[in-house]
Ligand binder design. Structure first.
Ligand code: ADE
Length: 239
């Protein structure tokens, strides 16, 4: 079977959403990957199909019931030997290294939470990998799941048009991208940097590297430190 994203959600109609378009959408139509959105409510077996309940100890909001979530996770794991991730702002920050690993495996099972979250016992008991897509709070895990899937799917062989784009990306992988330009040579009084029009590929390469380094140093001291550390260890020699 192709790489599969199996999503557990109370809002299956949110999928494929934006992933039905553009690169990912075309690849979905070509069966290069699969998307299965499953309604968590199908596993709520009481008379009122209850999926949430009031928090133990009191307080605002609602908590998703452990029995319902466990049933949904157990059913999802049948027939797909993929990691189960729980999207949550408390999770470990998702980064490209993990995305790459996930893209190389059989797929992902993604649990999308709503309300205040899910009962901690199901996270512990089912060993869910809790991941965040950034230090901000979404109203639910669904947009985060869409982001994760997008990031993974574009790495699947055959999904991205130009293989060189991915090669370039892993080459300058620890740095922010250099600035891009296209025609016209002058627009609103702003010119394309002369070096890019020079045809000197060596100089163009150096300029892009320097720009990538400058942007990373200015905007992302965290990435800059890691880059310098890896460079020091002689990981990939940055020319
Ligand atoms: N659910 C709510 N906020 C989230 C975030 N930042 N990352 C992942 N899942 C979330």
């Amino acid at each position: 079977a192709p790489w599969t994203a199996r999503v557990l959600t109370l809002f299956p109609e949110m999928f494929p959403g934006p992933l039905g378009h553009s690169l990912a959408g075309r690849a979905l139509e070509r069966d290069l990957w699969r998307l299965e959105a499953r309604d968590i409510r199908a596993h709520a077996l009481d008379r009122h199909h209850m999926v949430d309940d009031t928090p133990a100890g009191g307080g605002p909001g609602m908590v998703m019931k452990p029995d319902v979530i466990a049933a949904a996770v157990d059913a999802a794991r049948a027939g797909l030997a993929a990691p189960t991730l729980y999207l949550s702002p408390r999770g470990k920050p998702l980064a490209q290294d993990r995305v790459r690993e996930l893209a190389e495996g059989p797929g992902v099972i993604l649990l999308c939470g709503r309300f205040e979250g899910v009962d901690q016992r199901v996270i512990d008991g089912r060993q869910l990998e809790e991941v965040s897509i950034g230090d901000f709070v979404l109203s639910g895990g669904e947009p985060a799941a869409l982001c994760l899937i997008d990031a993974a799917v574009r790495l699947i062989p055959g999904v991205m048009g130009a293989a060189e784009t991915l090669a370039e990306e892993s080459f300058t992988g620890d740095l922010l991208e250099y600035p891009h330009y296209t025609r016209p040579q002058e627009w609103e009084g702003r010119r394309v940097p002369e070096v890019l029009l020079s045809g000197h590929h060596g100089r163009i390469h150096s300029w892009r590297r320097e720009e990538a380094e400058r942007l990373t140093r200015e905007r992302r001291p965290d990435l800059w430190s890691r880059y310098l550390a890896r460079k020091g260890q002689g990981m990939r020699s940055p020319d």
